[in-house]
Design a protein around this ligand. Sequence first.
Ligand SMILES: [Mn+2]
Length: 278
Amino acid sequence: MNAPYIPNLTPDLRPPEEHAQHYRTIWISDVHLGTAGCKAEFLLDFLKYNESDKLYLVGDIIDGWRLKKGWRWDQLHNDVVQKVLRKARKGTHVVYVPGNHDEFARPYVEHSFGEIKVMFEAVHTTVDGKRLWITHGDLFDGVIQHAKWLAYLGDSAYTFVLSLNHWFNRLRSKLGLNYWSLSQYLKLRVKNAVTFITTFEQVLTTEAKRRGFDGVVCGHIHKAEIREINGVLYCNDGDWVESLTALVETYEGELKIVEWNVLRDVPQTNPQPEMVTA
Ligand SMILES: [Mn+2]
């Protein structure tokens, strides 16, 4: 029904692949392979024309929550997987940090698939020596939901809510329910959406600071962003469902967000065939 949407690019104007942009590091997340919402054709195009020494897959790459219903996997989704495996074989250091939609991969942390290393979380050191903590961000959903009273209760309550969030969603998964989603929660409370995104950013940067990192790279809320919060760098690499964004680090050490639909001068993406939650 929904034919894959091919970017409207004039073939003659496409640079040959060997002219791909080279970065020191690329971060992508929230690809949601296995759902109709995934813009696999754009991601494939991005992966073709962008190379890096290191590639971080920051969670929600494959949408395991859809295995139960509405699973959709076509050739383009295979192509994305093949492309990433090929990069890994050809020398790109690929690290996969699972999120909530691909938490089926979490038991495999410290293992490798092909050349891809699965990690619960990762640490990246930038050119100028900054240490960035890499995590999908979902583990903090519970904290965000209860942020107000947690602020008064402190560390042990905070840890408790973290584990509660994990078990709560584990149970929902067993019952065949969707992940309790921050973005859905936000959409139901539109007036407070800005507040809650701010809370997400606050919670993650506070945790990064507490653990002695200079910054954090995450995904989950499908909103690309680079900014400093309380002296900590907050980087969100966005998603490949709506915004078609990646976070990159140049060899000079500059961090920036690549908006692939803007850079490739492709029209706006089709309206969402279905909502994919963070
Ligand atoms: Mn997520």
